[in-house]
Ligand binder design. Structure first.
Ligand code: PLP
Length: 389
């Protein structure tokens, strides 16, 4: 169509949302769909957080706030970040955003010019690719292999850097695999990046609280050699079951903060004020419900992985974080898209095809275990039925 910016044809979408729409349509038609497609906790937002938002509205907080977010919230973020990572963050480097996705959007508006090469996890979160394509930049896929527990190899990453590389995107714990990058790999990477002082890294740490076994979160911001060019993305959506509140944040290093803030002012002005007050309560209030949610995810994770591995054609690693498993499924010649589609249309189990997350995701399915054990049990049965058909 004449008049449209050509780049709009390049922008992709998130198949998890189209699969959710199709699931909802099937539900309307009376089908009992088990939704293991969308990446959102199946728990309600803890009550104390909801109450804080209601109180804010009742107290008359109805107007714009400063575009970077209210100071009390940014201080709570800095203090939470220090508690978890032992890194001091200046609240003036924190931009509160309507969800973590806005941090991806703004970062790629800043770094994604044509000719720029952007190293991106493959398989990796869909929004990275969509935005890189939209900006006309070039994706340089960084494989995250099953043999490597879906981590990356720092030497391989460093070997992908050229003089056109403008940004590296990393995500641990990861969507879609649940993979966690070990400390030694991050350390090797940070050391290797010392010789590229202009190269920025977007570290998507949105699942940093959802970790299992002995895994501990290590923020890329905690490596002094690179910390002044690490942009951290985090937020409330996953940790506090707040996907619909649209609340996230970016820590943007001082030298680029101003640009991120200008993008925010021109786009969203500020995040809705009730969500911001809810965010303060989430960080400063009791964490018991978060801990319980993680314990429940852990049970489901172990159940699902052991059950899936009993099926001969399926091979599934035990992920260290997030709430996804990423099994490899062999079913004579079928693509992951056909498998996911078949499961939804015939067994009413929604999953996301691995190929949606990049070339290296082909042959896999993303299964979100943000659903109760009864549903997970049923789903395993249906998957087994499908494999045997
Ligand atoms: N980053 C990753 C890796 C995600 O999986 C998601 C959500 O699915 C986001 C960022 C965005 O989260 P939000 O809902 O806060 O925008």
């Amino acid at each position: 169509m004449d008049g449209l910016n050509k780049s709009i044809y390049e922008i992709g979408s998130d198949s998890a949302f189209s699969i959710m729409a199709r699931s909802n349509q099937l539900i309307k038609e009376g089908k009992e769909v088990i939704n293991l497609g969308i990446g959102q906790p199946d728990f309600p937002t803890p009550k104390n957080i909801v109450e804080a938002a209601i109180k804010a509205l009742k107290d008359g907080h109805h107007g714009y706030t400063s575009s970077n977010g209210i100071l009390e919230l940014r201080e709570a973020i800095a203090s939470d970040f220090y508690k978890r990572n032992k890194v001091n963050i200046d609240p003036n480097e924190i931009l509160v955003t309507p969800g973590g996705k806005a941090v991806i959007f703004y970062t790629l508006l800043m770094f994604g010019q044509p000719e720029a090469e952007i190293i991106t996890p493959d398989p990796g979160f869909i929004a990275y690719k969509s935005m890189i394509d939209y900006m006309g930049a070039k994706i340089v896929p960084l494989p995250h292999r099953m043999e490597n527990n879906f981590s990356f190899d720092a030497d391989e990453l460093l070997s992908l850097i050229t003089d056109k590389t403008k940004l590296i995107i990393l995500n641990s714990p990861a969507n879609p695999t649940g993979g966690v990058v070990p400390f030694k790999e991050l350390e090797k990477l940070a050391n290797g990046l010392e010789k590229y002082p202009n190269l920025f890294i977007l570290s998507d740490e949105i699942y940093s609280r959802i970790l299992f076994d002995k895994h501990k979160h290590i923020s890329l911001k905690s490596f002094p050699a690179i910390s002044d060019r690490v942009i951290v993305l985090d937020g409330w959506s996953k940790t506090y079951a707040m996907t619909g509140w649209r609340l996230g944040y970016g820590i943007f290093p001082n030298r680029i903060f101003n640009y991120a803030e200008k993008l925010a002012i021109n786009c969203h002005s500020c995040v809705n004020v009730a969500s911001q007050y809810a965010g303060i309560e989430a960080l400063n209030g009791s964490q018991i419900e978060v801990d319980n949610m993680i314990k429940e995810f852990d049970k489901r994770r172990k159940f699902l992985v052991s059950e899936l591995n009993l099926i001969e054609e399926i091979n599934c690693v035990l992920p260290g974080g997030a709430f996804y498993v990423f099994p490899k499924i062999k079913k004579s010649g079928l693509s992951s898209k056909s498998i996911s589609n078949y499961l939804l249309e015939n067994k009413y189990v929604a999953t996301v095809p691995g190929s949606s997350f990049g070339k290296n995701g082909e042959g896999f399915l993303r299964i979100s275990y943000a659903s109760n054990i009864t549903n997970l049990k049923k789903s395993v049965l249906y998957i087994k039925e499908f494999i045997n058909e």
